[in-house]
Ligand binder design. Sequence first.
Ligand code: AHR
Length: 553
Amino acid sequence: MKRRDFIQKGALGAAAFAISPKSSWSTSFSTRTADSRIEVLFDEPLGTISPNIYGHFAENLGGVLYDGIWVGEKSPVANIDGLRKELIEHMRKIKAPVIRYPGGCFADSYDWRDGIGPAEKRPRRTNFWANAETENAPAGHRYDPNRVGTNEFVHFCKLVGAEPYLAANVRSLPASAFQQWVEYCNSPAGSTTLADARAAAGFVEPFNVKYWGVGNESWGCGGEFTPQEYAVEFRRYSTWLPKYDERLKLIASGPNTDEWSWTREFLEEMLRKGPEELHRIYGMALHHYAWNLSRGKTQDWVAGKGDALRFDPVDWYELLREGERMEGLVTGHWQVLSEFDRDHRVKLVVDEWGPWYRPGSAATPGDLLEQMPTLRDAVFSGMTLDIFNRHPEKVAMANCAQLINCLNSLYLAHEDNFVITPVGRVFELYATHQGGAALRTIFSAPTVHYDRDGKTASFWGFQGSASVRDKDLTLTAVNPGTDEARLAEIVLRGATVRSANMTFLRHADIHAHNTFEQRDVIVPQTKPLSLNSGSLVVEFPPASVNVLNIQLN
Ligand code: AHR
């Protein structure tokens, strides 16, 4: 089975500095010599890291919206206007910049008009994902009550401090519905009938939504278009949209993983009407899920999947290998874009990324697509965010799939239970990269070798990224090796260190995860790093995600 079928059915002028991590795992620190090195090149800035690459995705699917985000005003669960308070508080802490909604595949079956007006009058509709729901799913998952619509979602974003990113329906609604959704959201107070409808719901001032997706996965659940057909639709849906204070940024439905031909043929067709057509496009979406853990035995969407909790070190590395394809996807699609867009007006928007395992590990049985993130997913997520940080001129936005109660979730929640997953903890560690100036880094370390069904396979031994803001350097690093610490010399080329500390996520068990009952199995641990004169060295534990927060002179 293919995914589309599944979905349809259901320093050297610088000081080298010595850092001694006073940690329990570094007993041999004083006797070992460094096996690795991180160089940070201050004279090689890469560009500003868009805060939006730390973005999120919340689809009306399974327990994401209902139970995850929305609990209801009268719920005993702590809430703000019906929205889960603990979630809002943590998202504020990680400075969540942008949230994509309502899908995903759900978007191309959704009529935004069903989700406005008095809640008790809103229609119930069959959710796009209904066919894939299991017997034990709550009815509200299959039959969408429309209790949450544009007002509630945008209100959630405002409470969090994030920008909304709305995905418009291209498969099953006319272009006029898109225009009117923009009008409902953005027309000035009192100016239109839809502005009055918004005011009647308590939102007098415009929402000023700037990010709009024009369909989703238009090559599959979004309409099974060819790239040429989709380009025609994109032109039609974007030819006229009402313009108010907010300049709209339209995101075109882009390729699945390495479908270079989608990117190329879509742009070719767009340009048949002239070079200015590119001005309509802010970003080209790119989706990549790491799902195939079959070690090359199958491409079947179901059979190829691995388990979220039951895995051995080979599965650990295989997942990371699938995930690190992201770097080639970013550079590859960027290369295709450059064939048509020399000035690179069009950026990449990686609006769905993460691992996707087979069902069976949900914290709340019955929650469709929900899986239990472990330390493996934390390492995967750190690795992915580092890739985006290394390409700030290319990636304008990225949205981890999905925020809560779903695939690579930052949070799991059910009724009054709430837990921050290891993935949520990674977003905490990496938050200071947002808006920083990315610097080129060189990581050198021994390669990891492992046995892949009788053949030796390998994976890089150490990677990361760096950014600087004023005198604060953020250096993140992932050690993917399941059983070897990396002892790394840190070399800042072009700066010197005043002080530093290190925060990390690690656990002796690579399967470790946080549950409703044990919420703090994987939590960040912070250590001050003492500077010695002369060169030196930080120890990075095996299977870990790390951030060094370094104050510069
Ligand atoms: O994130 C789950 C689904 O994966 C989304 O709805 C779709 O866009 C993708 O195929």
